[in-house]
Design a protein around this ligand. Sequence first.
Ligand SMILES: [Zn+2]
Length: 483
Amino acid sequence: MKIESTPSDWISSPCDALVLSVDENWKGREDLLRLNEATGDWLFPILQRGEVSTKPNRVTLLHAPAAKSPSTLVALVGTGARGKAPLDIPFRAAASAIRAVMTKNRSTVRVVGLAGSPLEERAVVAGAVSACTGQDLFRSEKSIFAPDTLQFAGFHSRQVEIGQIVGQSIQLVKRLVNLPPNYMYPETFVDEAMSVSQEAGISIEVWDLEQLKAQRCGALLGVARGSVRPPRLLVMKYAGTDTAMAPIALVGKGVTFDSGGYSIKPTDGMLTMKADMAGAATVLGIMRAAALLKVKRPIIGVMGLVENLISGDAFKLGDVLTARSGKTIEIHNTDAEGRLVLADCLNVALDYSPEKIVDFATLTGACVVALGNDVVGLMSNDLSWQSEIQSAANSCGEYTWPLPMFPFFSEQIAGKVADIKNVGDGRWGGAITAAKFLEEFVGSTPWTHLDIAGPAFADSSKPWADAGGTGYMVRSMIELLLK
Ligand SMILES: [Zn+2]
């Protein structure tokens, strides 16, 4: 797919689909006026009759007079009330419109307007590009047809470039999450990371089973024991263009399939557990985009890759594991495995003396109970680092919300046989006790934990995205890194 910014004269050259937005104040819109004039007052009477919804992300397809419009197919996407629309509008409206016109093969699709600021321009491009993939990876009859050329009329070329790189990185995350678990396991994730490292010029270090043993990653290895697929740990390094800056560490949970282990999940809960590696995929997507965009800040990416299965050798309830940091952990639930994987990954990240750490993990169902499917839970030992992430997310319309990290939550993870145990007492506050467990492994480094268990994977499709992996938080982190 070719992506280009075209001159602002979008009205005279032909294309196969034209995308415009329509809000409640459509009468004052210059682009709609131009199309109306070019088509001999075809558009406004339709709008006047209320045939076109201005509701956010609602798409109306119209067929314009062939000789007069640049395209016979005009997609109008609603953006609501100007000034009152939620911040997610540019990304979602663009994606919704593109999805509506991608039901068949079209050569050139042209997007007009939809954006004002540079931030909005790149959000529109990222939204349109990210919408071009779905979960039908193995279907012989595809339902989504990406156009050959996607044009953004009147957009600044740098914003198109940023939006394209971010949109493609979101596509990467979606694809990795959508790949079934018999295709996506620690070794194949490494293959994907290798090609990203080559494409984007990021150095990569792969820790295999021997190396993990040599490094005493006992918490991660405990989880991996039940699977015939050997675990891996990845350390990726992007040097940054300002090497004087201390690195940020991105840490990702990559459980490529989570059966729950002996604390086995019921079928309903297990079905989508291929998505339990979304944190690692998110880290890979952010690193790809950051490196291709040449952000200033050096970045260390640490991804822990395991399958959590059951076998005669799998870890058991009551086992005590020794993490790389030396801390001993009593296993009270083998389905609380993500925090064990992250315990060693966070400890590895500390080797690189990062200024700040952020981790991404589909960690707890409790976070989804607390915040719903569409909001990322933020938990931190450093409120200014947390709010830096939250304001970056706010600026691009990704939804995050903090949960409290009061010290008394730690009492719940005190161990009897070992230093700590891997779950709290009962279910209440389970997202927070999980974060308190992670906090044990970050020392005094500012750290924020992002529980993406809800937003990383969508059970059903939305106007702006197919069901499956979402690539959530890639945009927010790139906004933060571009600052
Ligand atoms: Zn689990």
